[in-house]
Design a protein around this ligand. Structure first.
Ligand SMILES: *[C@@H]1O[C@H](CO)[C@@H](O)[C@H](O)[C@H]1NC(C)=O
Ligand SMILES: *[C@@H]1O[C@H](CO)[C@@H](O)[C@H](O)[C@H]1NC(C)=O
Ligand SMILES: *[C@@H]1O[C@H](CO)[C@@H](O)[C@H](O)[C@H]1NC(C)=O
Ligand SMILES: *[C@@H]1O[C@H](CO)[C@@H](O)[C@H](O)[C@H]1NC(C)=O
Ligand SMILES: *[C@@H]1O[C@H](CO)[C@@H](O)[C@H](O)[C@H]1NC(C)=O
Ligand SMILES: *[C@@H]1O[C@H](CO)[C@@H](O)[C@H](O)[C@H]1NC(C)=O
Ligand SMILES: *[C@@H]1O[C@H](CO)[C@@H](O)[C@H](O)[C@H]1NC(C)=O
Length: 817
């Protein structure tokens, strides 16, 4: 429904024409090593950071740029193309703007490995630290002022609002931060050099793709790291916003906001503009962020759809993330907002962490009270119609349709859409002034042309006492997210409630023979809706959160990887905003916004990862990802299995790893995981080479990796989960765990087998020395063929109380080998 999409998805449409000879941007992967890997020939060097400022790196960079220019010159007609980017840090390739007939000439060029058309990219639009038990972690680890110290998180998004208190530099804290990070501060409109203030350590923007594809609008597509949207600021403050920043909206104090790792530093990579987001700009940002040396890369943005005619794992976007992982950078990405359908994840690869979204136990209850005492629950951050709230003061209740001016010369649309309260001119001011006016969801909201902003404007101009925006039985229920209303207002998203309201209204209203109202007898009031209640069941997987299983191609054949990986709060998250708010006029002027989306869940995981990296600087990306997964919880605050919102708005159903991955992130557990499952670049290559219908040539072309040691099955990739998409009879799956604690520990295994499957672990118990590794052989046998996935869990419990959990998602297709 429209309201939820407005909040969740800020959609950036790529405005290329499909017309034959219009130019498009093409992404071209070329033969030859990029800078980061030119000397890295052995696994032991994997993850070592290169020095981008060394003479050798600079010389090599120049050489690559020159070779790109020569390459394009030698194949394409002069004047027929523009080079948009030279990718040279983690990937060797170019983005080029040219015509389809020119690009044909590159298709068979010897040096070209992959060729892909640019795609559109979208954003996948704080109490949460308390909800996740973060203050206890902060206390354990030396206080909130220290959490994340020394770590740089890179954000590829819509930029940042540098004037926000969540990003202010705190002069009482340690300013000697250097690390091995080397960024830059690119100045521009609304972003002076002083914006890089020590909290924001670097800020860049990438716009060549956007500028090539469309004409940018100077007043909102600002060519600097400044965030005109709010999304980028929201994401960054959720991960690393300063500690204890008061959230004040419309003069009301909503509490204090803190990032998950308030001392981590921010490196901004703006690549999304209000008018457009292109994959070229996002890839250029990834290339640069890894070169700069960010520890963690946060992507609350991504391509809208799976790649056409390619494996999901082998699109250029995934290949860039693999290269980032190879260079030692942990990539955290949003799982997508395409739920609750199965196969809706848009995070595919085992080398990136895909984050699903859940509700917290906080709600903002709002109530419409009718004159007959009936109380109707709704949504909206608004004050009450009557001042101090002890005595309910009722006001006249008016259905907007009944208050239309008679005999006017207004345009038809104003009359036709009057029930949606979009046009103040349509109403008789004397009827609506001081009244509680019922505005109804109708055709204009359904097709996206009507807005809440327009209702607010109508209410202000005509001095409504309040408005109630109600669902319409013709269009069904809608999903409403709390929006701060400066004057009393409420949204009633359920049509059954609308029917109760209208029943009361009609009974109280006197009409003449023509149906015109003679007397308004109905009364209503709106109660305070800005106070949080913490009674809800939580976590609950958000309805919009994309679901597994993971899949390998557009035909959606499932694959042996669990997606999403992990669950974090992403529903109604308070965080920093940009008052310019060019895409959400309803939030313009605000410094904080309550937003929902897997975009909001992703930075929670980035913040937790920053803390893990802070205390374990030598851990590789897969070790950090494993620690986050194996310690997650699959139970909610009632001690029951995590539930999910589904298609039906009002009933919950039991969720599964395809909804929540390993479960709700548990930050304090993740800092002390006991054991980790570790995997490196070579393992991912072996994984790719083991996929059905994938030959070594495809893998080599896309990644440069050589298929050496194959896995028996792709399920042998050493992930902290086991997924088997078709178990025929029996399969042995291999895993290896490494002890990352400082003491030897004895672990005992236990299994909760999926239905229709037996699971046997060898060895069933083991003692493991610090830094030691233990191989595990896990045998799955089908006892009953089923027609869907079934789920279970392996739990390794250590004598020093470490608990290591691994979700099992198995599709038993046949009992016989
Ligand atoms: C400041 O940070 C640096 C680098 O992280 C560290 O070596 C130093 O001990 C810190 N100083 C204080 C006073 O915390
Ligand atoms: C910087 O890199 C060097 C060499 O890789 C490493 O020894 C050192 O620990 C790093 N410093 C920090 C603060 O990460
Ligand atoms: C540019 O953006 C501003 C502010 O959002 C808007 O008012 C204006 O109409 C836009 N101009 C064009 C040409 O789209
Ligand atoms: C509206 O128009 C009708 C027919 O033209 C007329 O009979 C009626 O008196 C008008 N009402 C008002 C309030 O002007
Ligand atoms: C949307 O619906 C309104 C109200 O029915 C109508 O006036 C308008 O033309 C429609 N616009 C589009 C683009 O469909
Ligand atoms: C399972 O494997 C056997 C032997 O390889 C094969 O004959 C059978 O068709 C397979 N069953 C299914 C359902 O794929
Ligand atoms: C699983 O199946 C294999 C091969 O059919 C068999 O050797 C093994 O004993 C079975 N294991 C269990 C626990 O059923």
């Amino acid at each position: 429904m429209i309201l939820v999409q407005k909040n969740l998805l800020l959609l950036f449409v790529l405005l290329v024409s499909c017309n034959g000879e219009d130019k498009k941007i093409y992404l071209v992967l070329l033969e030859g090593d990029p800078i980061a890997f030119q000397h890295v020939k052995t696994i032991s060097q994997e993850g070592t950071k290169l020095d981008p400022n060394s003479e050798a790196s600079k010389a090599y960079a120049n050489e690559l740029t020159k070779s790109h220019d020569e390459f394009l010159q030698s194949y394409l007609e002069r004047g027929s193309y523009d080079k948009i980017y030279s990718f040279k840090h983690i990937i060797n390739g170019v983005a080029v703007h040219t015509t389809p007939s020119q690009i044909k000439k590159l298709k068979n060029a010897a040096r070209v490995k992959l060729l892909e058309e640019d795609r559109r990219v979208k954003q996948m639009t704080t109490y949460s630290p308390q909800f996740l038990g973060i203050p206890a972690v902060w206390t354990q680890q030396g206080g909130d002022r220290n959490a994340g110290e020394g770590i740089v998180i890179g954000f590829i998004d819509s930029g940042i609002n540098p004037d926000h208190p969540s990003f202010a530099y705190d002069p009482t804290t340690n300013n000697s931060f250097t690390g091995n990070f080397s960024g830059a501060c690119e100045e521009g409109p609304l972003f002076p050099q002083t914006s890089c203030n020590g909290k924001i350590v670097s800020a860049r923007f990438f716009s060549a793709g956007a500028q090539t594809t469309t004409t940018l609008n100077d007043s909102m597509d600002i060519l600097s790291p400044f965030d005109a949207v709010g999304h980028g600021s929201h994401v960054a403050s959720t991960a690393t916003g300063n500690f204890g920043v008061p959230v004040v909206v419309n003069g009301l104090y909503y509490g204090r906001a803190s990032g998950m790792a308030p001392r981590a530093r921010i490196a901004v990579y703006k690549a999304i503009y209000p008018s457009i987001g292109t994959l070229s700009d996002v890839l250029a940002a990834i290339d640069q962020a890894v070169l700069d040396g960010v520890d963690i890369l946060t992507l609350s943005v991504g391509p809208e759809e799976p790649p056409e005619d390619k494996l999901t794992f082998l699109s250029l976007f995934e290949i860039f993330m693999l290269a980032a992982h190879k260079a030692g950078t942990l990539v955290i990405q949003a799982a997508g907002n395409e739920g609750p359908s199965p196969y809706s994840v848009i995070s595919y690869s085992p080398w990136a962490v895909g984050v699903a979204s859940c509700d917290t136990d906080r709600t903002y209850p709002a109530t419409l009270i009718l004159g007959n005492g009936l109380k109707i629950a709704g949504v909206g951050l608004s004050g009450a119609t009557a001042g101090d709230g002890l005595m309910i003061q009722y006001n006249k209740l008016v259905l907007a349709k009944d208050a239309i001016k008679i005999n006017t010369t207004l345009p038809r649309i104003a009359i036709n859409n009057a029930e949606e309260c979009q046009y103040p001119e349509a109403f008789d001011p004397l009827v609506v002034q001081g009244s509680v006016v019922i505005c109804t969801f109708s055709a204009g909201f359904y097709n996206g042309t009507s807005t809440l902003t327009a209702i607010i404007q109508t209410a202000r101009v005509l001095r409504f006492k309040a408005f109630a925006f109600v669902a319409n039985p013709t269009y069904g229920d809608f999903i409403a997210e709390p929006i701060p209303f400066a004057t009393p207002a409420i949204m009633i998203p359920a049509t059954t409630d609308t029917q109760n309201i209208l029943q009361y209204y009609e009974k109280a209203t006197v009409r003449d023979a023509n149906g015109l109202v003679v007397r308004y007898g109905g009364r209503a009031a709106i109660s305070e809706g800005r106070y949080a209640s913490y009674k809800g069941r939580a976590p609950i997987v958000s309805r919009f959160s994309s679901r597994g299983p993971d899949y390998i191609d557009q035909s959606k054949s499932p694959t042996d990887v669990l997606k999403p990986d992990i669950l974090a709060p992403g529903h109604q998250i308070w965080a920093a905003w940009s008052p310019m708010s060019v895409l959400d006029p309803i939030l313009s002027g605000y410094n904080f916004a309550l937003m929902s989306g897997t975009s909001m869940a992703t930075p929670h995981i980035a913040g937790v990862a920053a803390m893990i990296k802070q205390y374990n600087p030598s851990w590789t990306p897969s070790m950090i990802a494993s620690a986050i997964s194996t310690t997650a919880s699959t139970y909610d605050n009632l001690g029951e299995p995590i539930m999910a919102h589904g298609f039906d708005l009002y009933t919950l159903h039991t969720s599964a790893p395809f909804g929540f991955g390993a479960g709700l992130v548990n930050p304090s557990g993740a800092l002390h995981p006991g054991l980790v499952f570790s995997a490196g670049y070579e393992d991912y290559i072996s994984f790719l080479c083991s996929l059905p219908n994938v030959d070594s040539r495809i893998v080599k072309t896309a990644t440069g990796g050589i298929c050496g040691q194959l896995f028996e099955n792709p399920s042998d990739l050493n992930l902290p989960s086991i997924t088997i998409t078709s178990l025929n009879g029996s399969r042995i799956v291999h895993r290896a765990v490494t002890n990352v604690e400082s003491k030897a520990e004895t672990y005992l295994s236990a299994v909760l087998p999926p239905k229709g499957v037996t699971v046997n672990i060898e060895p069933s118990w083991f003692t493991i020395a610090p830094q030691g590794t233990q191989d595990l052989h896990i045998t799955f046998n089908v006892t009953q063929a089923l027609d869907d996935f079934t789920f279970g869990e392996i739990v390794l419990t250590g004598s020093l109380n470490h608990v290591v959990k691994m979700p099992l998602s198995i599709f038993p297709i046949s009992t016989k080998m």
